[in-house]
Design a protein around this ligand. Sequence first.
Ligand code: NAD
Length: 495
Amino acid sequence: MSTSDVLLEPDPLSRAAVAKVVARIGADRAAVPNAIPVRDPHDDSVIGYVPDLGTAEALDAVSRADAAGRDWAATTPRHRADVLRRWYDLLIDNADDIALLITLEMGKTLADARAEVTYGADFVRWYAEETTRHTGTVREAPMGGARLLTRRVPVGLAVLITPWNFPLAMATRKIAPALAAGCAAVTKPATLTPLTTLFAVQLAVAAGVPGDLLQTVTTSNAGAFSNAVLADPRVRKVSFTGSTGVGKVLLRLAADNVLKSSMELGGNAPFIVFDDADLERAVEGAFNAKMRNGGQSCIAANRFLVQDGIADAFVEGLTERLTSLRMGSGLASGVGLGPMVDHNAVDRLHGLVDDAVGRGAKLLTHGRTHEGPGSYFGATVVDHVPADAEVATTEIFGPIAAVQRFSTQEEAVTRANDTEFGLAGYVFTESLDRAFHVADSLGTGIVGINQGVPSNAAAPFGGVKESGLGREGSAEGLEEYQEIRFYNLALRSTS
Ligand code: NAD
């Protein structure tokens, strides 16, 4: 069986279960007069509606969150920890429904959606624990006569803008540390995938997050939203995950009010396989790093750089793995590759393959595009890709494995770093010396060493160069929502 076989159809029981969740969050048609339709990328059918809110409503959300934020900032860390822990428990209790919703509005397989729920909920649990570990410092003034004290305080009202590819995890990775730090927040989910965020926020309120503290604004006009809310002086923080182009626009807006800014932007991850790598481990790692979410991940392996001695065997193994995937609705059992998020994505991916082949790359397998409704693009492998092909210089964001070959370590590192991006990189080798040497030489914020899925709630996730500013997850992720206050306590001798 291959990705070119008949599409697998969704299980009708799963569809019925999602309809119940959509009704539970009030996103069924009747409940929303001025509405943005949310579609299932499997067949383009409408699964729910969310309100298309304007700038007046966005500023009203800012006002409500700002007012609620004052009380929240005064709560104890223990209180915030207890609320977050209850939210975690509710996310886990509702994991099946959340996963169904993610699959239906975004397209990823149910297995990937379940993994996202585990990953996304983990940020909430981690920050429930971390908020009680707030620390300050006490230092001696070098010349004597004073103690220098620091404490961490909430930065203030945060605007959180998230993409469609991980609709739960990208939201919880921001909301959990914001609430843990004592901040109020206004979230704006992606227009393609607002339902998961709305459901997660509903569960947060059920867990004890004050209703006004955490606002969600759904809108079809993201530019008008950011222009209005980032100009409001009550907003003190913007955290964005999405494309580098939009990140630059938001940084310019943030400059006007000097907002504390976190930017999790695009990537172009090199995945380097040396001759001395364990082949099976490298193929498995490559498969995971490429195909999680159908390739629609910011840390997805974008450029496979493979040393000459292992290249043929690696390409053969990866191609075999990719052609064994069955394509269809993420709700169907046995499916390994769901639809892309929309038709624009499919057109873009075809353009990348045509460009690479036009420049001399060798097309090894190309899953067909499904005729009719649904935005499908099959797993594809292109070998001998020239370094200047678009598939090597831009973010693919889809199931295309693009392979380049190299002969020396130096060449691999030089080519890996020849990009304006610096989010993630991967190195596969059985030599510990080589692993660390290459990892230290890569210009990326994250390196997977013999590991295709490096993300972890306890680790600082983020990029360098045009891949972003700041970190999410871990203690560093909490600091993104805090300011440091410094007190100088004068001490004079009493003797
Ligand atoms: P996108 O930049 O098109 O949109 C992201 C979000 O920004 C959406 O909510 C969108 O509605 C909103 N937006 C768009 N224009 C805006 C504007 N002018 N003002 C305010 N908001 C605006 O990105 P996308 O297509 O949703 O997501 C894919 C991109 O996200 C990829 O580049 C991917 O690498 C990146 N990403 C990065 C990370 C990371 O952690 N670094 C994680 C996931 C995705």
